[in-house]
Design a protein around this ligand. Structure first.
Ligand code: N01
Length: 549
């Protein structure tokens, strides 16, 4: 009998072996649930496996962007820099996979293509692109929020004869740009990290910018023994503080409104935060993301820094964002980004008013002019939050697809589950703090919540969990209310689905705060899983391991 003709039975299928999938697998195995994990990539690491473009780095500090579930792990691991580069984070993911012996239950280079809920058996029937079929009581999507890269559909691209790359699907072998003329399309976090490094290597870089971005200097530096010790001595306490914080990370948040202080104090505060580096800049005052007047002062400060750094005034003006409040598109953190435009081999082309017209075999036309290139780097982002879920043919009750149900925007209860899709969990799904938080803290919280639910069901003989429609409707409304109290809806951001033509416009993550969200979840559990309904009917008995079908 071939593998294709077998269906294996497990308690849970995990889709994805990034930071969510790895921790899930560890927890589920420890709790005695039989589990299979499938990973599209050739190895573990998720985001950090795919996003290996030059300059890729995390802009949450390494001491905070790491697992907290195992004291020995967090004490043992040494980070070389304050903000870790992609190879170091990927090495960490690999270390975790080996340390906890996770690889044996992960099937690599295998994409889950379909998952249909069988209402009779109360099980998910899962299929992979390798032809394998698995029957699982629980399906857990650990597929990440920004994992489906998008390349814009520009006329003539298929006839372009040079090399093309996407930052989010970077080749695994070294790419050499020495002596090349390259184009970079896109100036989000990825483009802003890649451009300075590409400019050092290539003969010439032309950056095509649709929208300028606010970017803060990272002021990255090697990890010092003192700093590392200051964390490790009280790691457990610090982690607990992070879990209860607004962002899931410890930042010095000022509790004063921006306009409550004098102009001198305001400028000095911004200057100090600029020099410290990174995203704490946005915590300079407590109303930068809720008051437009306050926000304007921070935005003006950053534009002024750009003018000071960039020598050519025309380029400096083009690089200064003016059409949306600072922080409402994902704030970028860079190493020498604006300085790069002072190099002779870097040029900026504004395509904000007129998009790229078309590609030709050796370049592209923009603003009526032809530009010739050897390579094009697309740093054009992702079909975030829902794109990866929709790539799998997920069908819940009555065969309805998730895509159909979410046609007007994602509908979840707590970002964890969606009504009519029983026993299907999402780790950091739409409607949870997810991308508006330190991802690893949010991942750990969701994994603990999901595995806790499974244990609760096992202890109480429950077969099926599903959110109630009213609870889901209430949560969807609350997520939008929380966003509407902020300036976030004012920007055309990927948080709003604005980067994908035809995508519904609404704010997808939960912006009410990591600590508050955790409390809501804890209360939900304390209230007997309020908002969820359970079916106690025993699922069809399943053979222990593998049967012929
Ligand atoms: O993608 P983006 P990203 N023609 O969507 C432009 C995380 N991340 O890969 O702004 C021309 O932010 C688009 O223009 P516009 C982080 O959460 C984290 O950079 O839509 N341009 C924009 O400039 C981040 O937010 C780290 O007008 C087009 C760019 O491409 C998320 O990943 C590092 C275009 C896309 O920017 C995504 O970042 C890197 C078109 N047709 C990333 N379509 C950390 O440090 C799009 N653009 C943790």
């Amino acid at each position: 009998m071939t593998r294709q003709q077998e269906a294996s039975f497990v308690d849970a299928v995990i889709v994805g072996a990034g930071f969510s999938g790895l921790y899930l697998l560890h927890r589920l195995r420890g709790l005695g649930f039989s589990t299979r994990a499938f990973e599209r990539g050739g190895d573990v690491g998720g985001t950090w496996y795919w996003n290996r473009y030059p300059g890729a780095r995390c802009d949450v500090e390494s001491m905070q962007y790491s697992y907290s579930f195992d004291e020995a792990l967090q004490q043992d691991w040494r980070w070389p820099e304050k903000f870790s580069a992609q190879p170091d984070i990927l090495a960490y993911a690999n270390h975790v996979a080996d340390r906890f012996d996770l690889r044996k239950d992960i099937t690599l280079e295998t994409t889950v293509t379909a998952a249909h809920f069988d209402e009779g058996a109360q099980r998910w029937q899962v299929e992979t692109d390798a032809g394998e079929r698995v029957s699982a009581r629980f399906l857990i999507m650990a597929t990440g929020c920004i994992s489906t890269a998008q390349i814009p559909g520009v006329e003539g691209l298929s006839a372009y004869e040079g090399r093309t790359f996407h930052t989010g699907a970077w080749p695994h072998e070294k790419v050499d740009f020495t002596g090349e003329r390259i184009a970079v399309v896109g100036t989000g976090s990825s483009g802003i990290q890649a451009i300075p490094v590409l400019a050092e290597q290539a003969a010439h870089v032309t950056v095509f910018q649709r929208t300028p971005n606010y970017s803060l200097p990272s002021q990255n530096c090697p990890m010092t023994g003192d700093y590392e010790r200051s964390w490790k001595e009280i790691y457990a306490d610090r982690r607990e503080e992070m879990r209860r914080s607004f962002h899931g990370s410890l930042k010095d948040l000022n509790d004063k409104p921006a306009l409550s202080v004098s102009e001198d104090e305001r400028q000095a505060t911004y200057q100090q935060r600029w020099e410290i580096g990174g995203t704490p800049f946005l915590g300079a005052f407590n109303d930068l993301l809720t008051s437009k007047d306050a926000n304007d002062t921070a935005a003006a400060f950053v534009r002024e820094q750009i003018r000071k750094i960039v020598k050519d005034p025309v380029t400096a003006e083009l690089l200064g964002p003016k059409t949306y409040p600072i922080g409402t598109k994902r704030i970028c953190v860079d190493t020498g980004y604006f300085e790069t435009y002072n190099r002779d081999n870097v040029a900026l082309v504004d395509i904000g008013k007129k998009p790229i017209e078309r590609f030709t075999p050796d370049g592209l036309f923009a603003n009526g002019r032809h530009y010739a290139f050897d390579s094009v780097v697309f740093a054009t982002g992702f079909d975030a939050m829902t794109g990866t879920l929709f790539r799998v043919d997920i069908r819940g009750r009555r065969g309805r697809t998730l895509k159909e149900k979410w046609e007007a925007g994602p509908r979840t209860y707590l970002g964890l589950m969606s009504e009519a899709f029983p026993n299907l969990f999402m780790i950091t799904g739409p409607g949870s703090p997810s991308v508006k938080s330190n991802m690893i803290i949010s991942i750990e919280q969701h994994v603990d919540l999901v595995t806790g639910s499974l244990v609760h069901m096992r202890d109480h003989g429950l077969a099926v969990i599903e959110p109630e429609r009213e609870a889901e409707d209430g949560w969807v409304e609350h997520v939008q209310e929380a966003a509407n109290r902020t300036l976030f809806p004012l920007a055309n951001s990927w948080y709003m689905g604005a980067n994908i033509p035809g995508k519904p416009r609404l704010f997808t993550p939960y912006i009410g705060g990591v600590g508050r969200y955790r409390q809501i979840c804890e209360q939900m559990v304390a209230d007997g899983y309020k908002g969820f309904r359970f079916d106690a009917k025993a699922a069809t008995a399943a053979p222990k391991r593998t049967v012929a079908v």
